[in-house]
Design a protein around this ligand. Sequence first.
Ligand SMILES: [Fe+2]
Ligand SMILES: [Fe+2]
Length: 268
Amino acid sequence: MRRYNMADVFVDRSLEEIRFWSRIMKEHSLFLKLGFNCEDTKLIEEADRFYSIFEEIESQALAFPSDVDPQRIYDFNQLVHNAVSYIWAFKRKVLGLIIQCKIGGNNFPLLVDHVSREAAYFRNRLEQLNTGNLDPLPDAVINENVFFLRIMADHAKFINHLLDPSERKLVDQAREFSHDFDQLLFQAQDLDSMRPQSQTKPLLNQFVDQNRVSVRQLRDFKKTARDLIEECKIKSIIPPLLADHVFREASHFLEILDAFEISLTHAK
Ligand SMILES: [Fe+2]
Ligand SMILES: [Fe+2]
């Protein structure tokens, strides 16, 4: 029989986060690499190194047995935290090089900023886990939404710009999602600035419900786009792996919202 205590929760949560985000970090390394000019060999090599580092972390995270000593996970979290700090710094360096026109290539500045924000989020989560300072529910609801709604709005913008302009209907849909999520993000920021007065159960409930509806629609749109891209049914410069990547991030956000829904229903 499996025991459920604080140590188990710490181990499960840590491994869950690392399994999800290390794959994401690994794929970011590949996307950045594909966007560099081929003469920027130093940057390509750096991206390759990060790919191997996160590939290794991912396989280690998958290999831990469920009854692993929590101290080992504490140490592993620190090791991963270190790697994430380095990839964050790499992404910010690349952003600087692009913005100052020191390198060319196909990486949009917003995309590089976006992947660095995802690294910062992951790093922060590892710190929270190791210090035992996870946000209480009313703060988590606002913080996660402010973070992920912006991520979703960015995805819609990337899809909009990477679809072939002749895919007019899909481009329109992506633009609508972009607008929808910008509005949801503003609402979330409003709720954020009205803290703590805004953190009533009815307001948080309604906030989570409304966001879930839109995230579910966006997740389905991304799934359709991913399938169409995989089957070569639409024209775009979106790699199939990128389409799947943004789909997985939407599914992840949806899982977080579903968990909030359950916690808010049971919260007194
Ligand atoms: Fe990502
Ligand atoms: Fe993303």
